[in-house]
Design a protein. Structure first.
Lengths: 228, 80
């Protein structure tokens, strides 16, 4: 499993995700710069880490979504290569056209920074096969713009094709307005591309890989990827 | 040549910032405000003297970067 982590000006979670990949997959990822034209040969997985690329100027992820490396990332995804975007990485994926919809300002207008339960919607993808069906995991959320919105037709297609990856819920797995932290449509916390090879998610599994710092519920995602 | 690009949220897209501003205006006692939608304005200086070419370039700029057409509309105005 060869992973490349793309660093943009203003990325700040790249070390967290590099560590999670190292621990979860047993392989050392490489860090690449946004202005590079190509991915390292043989890259299986591209990771767009969290942070505030370009200071969130214009719209979150808008400028990074048009960075030079993104052409290579789009080509990688079109070949069926794996792409994971976390938090700002998810915002970059929607701005670059790799995933549909958009992340709007949280409905309560507050930056959220807390632990959050998620329901793993399916466990037959490259990103989630180490989880149990219907599993509820607890990871961190830290975002001001995580309110997933798309037009009705897109939402219908995402739901119909099983492309919702994670939903916000409570410890018992209850999904609803009272357990939705940011107003996302259908409590969506993460979505897949059509071929299930691109995953964008607002929560941070990379920060929950050690009992010492709150739990290991995020590790399953990186263990899943070790088979890629 | 000077141009102004205005980017606004499409109808039906929830605008929590606009709502908060609307509430703040009411709390200031400013009367008659039915609703507020927040948008963005870009003032752009162009080296081109050809109005049609400038319009076409700005349209491309809007489609590619300035607006996210999933949720936003844009308007290009060229002075003169």
């Amino acid at each position: 499993m060869k992973a490349a982590v793309v660093v943009f000006p203003g990325s700040n979670r790249e070390q967290d995700v590099i560590r999670a990949l190292r621990v979860g997959t047993g392989h050392e990822p490489v860090k690449i710069w946004h202005a590079d034209a190509d991915l390292p040969a043989g890259t299986d997985l591209v990771v767009l880490p969290g942070g505030f690329s370009y200071g969130d100027y214009l719209r979150c992820g808008a400028i990074a979504g048009r960075a030079r490396i993104m052409d290579a990332v789009r080509a990688h995804a079109a070949r069926g290569g794996l792409v994971l975007g976390i938090c700002n990485g998810f915002q970059i994926l929607v701005e670059s056209g790799l995933l549909p919809g958009i992340l709007m300002r949280n409905a309560q207008l507050r930056f959220l920074c807390k632990m959050q339960h998620l329901k793993v919607e399916r466990t037959d993808t490259a990103f989630t096969r180490a989880y149990a069906p219907g599993q509820v995991i607890e990871v961190a959320v830290a975002h001001g713009e995580g309110n997933y919105e798309a037009d009705e037709e897109t939402i219908r297609r995402l739901e119909g094709d099983g492309r919702v990856a994670f939903r916000y819920c409570d410890a018992a797995g209850l999904v609803g307005p009272e357990t939705n932290p940011n107003g996302s449509t259908h409590s969506i916390a993460g979505i897949y591309s059509e071929k299930l090879n691109v995953l964008g998610m607002m929560p941070h599994p990379e920060n929950l890989i050690e009992d010492l710092v709150g739990g290991t519920d995020g590790l399953g995602l990186f263990r899943s990827l070790s088979a890629a | 040549m000077k141009a102004r690009v205005t980017v606004t949220l499409k109808n039906g897209v929830l605008d929590p910032q606009g709502k908060a501003i609307e509430g703040a205006l009411r709390s200031l006692g400013i009367e008659g405000v039915d609703s507020v939608r927040q948008g963005k304005v870009f003032d752009i200086e162009l080296s081109s003297r050809d109005k049609a070419a400038a319009e076409a370039a700005l349209k491309t700029a809007c489609e590619k970067l300035l607006a996210n057409t999933v949720i936003e509309n844009y308007r290009v105005e060229i002075a003169g």
